[in-house]
Design a protein around this ligand. Sequence first.
Ligand code: IMP
Length: 427
Amino acid sequence: MPGIVIVGVQWGDEGKGKATDLLGERTDWVVKFNGGNNAGHTVVIGDEKYALHLLPSGILSPGVNPVIGNGVVIDLEVLFAELDALSARGIDVSKLRVSANAHIITQYHRTLDKVTERFLGKRQIGTTGRGIGPAYADKINRVGIRVQDLFDESILRQKVEGALEQKNHLLVKVFNRRGITCDEIVEDLLSYAERLRPMVCDTGLLLNKALDAGEVVVFEGGQATMLDIDHGTYPFVTSSSATAGGAATGSGVGPGRLDRIVGIVKAYTTRVGSGPFPTELFDEQGDWLRAAGFEFGTTTGRPRRVGWYDAPITRYATRINGITDLVLTKLDILTGLEKIPVCVAYDVNGERFDEVPVNQSDFHHATPILEHYAGWSEDISSARTFEDLPQTAQDYVLALEEMSGTRISVIGVGPGRDQVIVRHDLI
Ligand code: IMP
């Protein structure tokens, strides 16, 4: 079973590292297929802590070939800053391969991201401000700059000129900003070209050959199902395909080659930025959950919004992605609660919805219908089998499994790499 996709079930920050760690030594390739440096994951190896935003986590494992696929948007300054920081700490980054078709985030994308958000006022998305949305907009508008354009200066110049034509009108006349010159962008991009060149190739071909040879390829999704451009809480979403379908389009590997779809879900829910969040807590319980779970953004440091587990969302994600296995993370954070509330359905103006409502206004007005499960007070961080868990914790997990429509194969009981209970192997 060599093609394994890892996706977030909720609004991101579910702890995908748990799954990549578990696949660890058996992984030959790790592919990032969507998003850019809006992601953020902290990987702890021994005493060392690494914060990655753009690079796939596989870059830290000596035996793994890391790949940035065509579905990614790349900020070259961030790419090389991350590579340099890792090299300085003795990590070999020479195996990284980058798709010739991946799109580039430039200065005008970053600027537009920030000014657009400011102009949206109350309606703002709460983006990470990294230029992600504007770079994907250019891709869809067919005025994007791709990695391969960096190796032909005259093509690059034509494309940047074309892209800037409308943007400068917008920046100067609508947003009251200074115009951006083609020269400054081209000069900046070309300054990275020679360093980038040896990494660039047809990554789709590379990955298909790896699969042909029976190697294990892990497709690491950025963000999560509810932030997906098609299936998330639009418009409060990111601009890429964060669901399993994106693993195929964002890497050049056919959907039939994706053998297992692993969904990562936290034992409660968090979200960054604006948008609906039915189980959100605004009281002291929320403050407690945020502090207990260390729920502050890796990329932005923003305190995350927190709430209880939302079963219809997991069921929705299971359907949309075709999830075969769930990894339930951070179960230990709930230790000490007398009763654990779980959202089993929604109430929308007096009507019960058992599934995520398709209508945006309904989801905005949804309040959770909660069921309460008995909690536990024992420390579960050293549990390594399901039976090591207190009966009430087992019951909580089994109830979530029953409601989610797929099996919970792995349970995280602490931040360490080994703090997991494996009920079914992921590979
Ligand atoms: P953008 O991806 O910067 O355009 O932001 C769009 C929305 O996605 C905002 O609500 C962000 O907070 C959210 N977002 C983007 N990346 C992540 C992530 O890695 N974890 C959680 N939320 C994210």
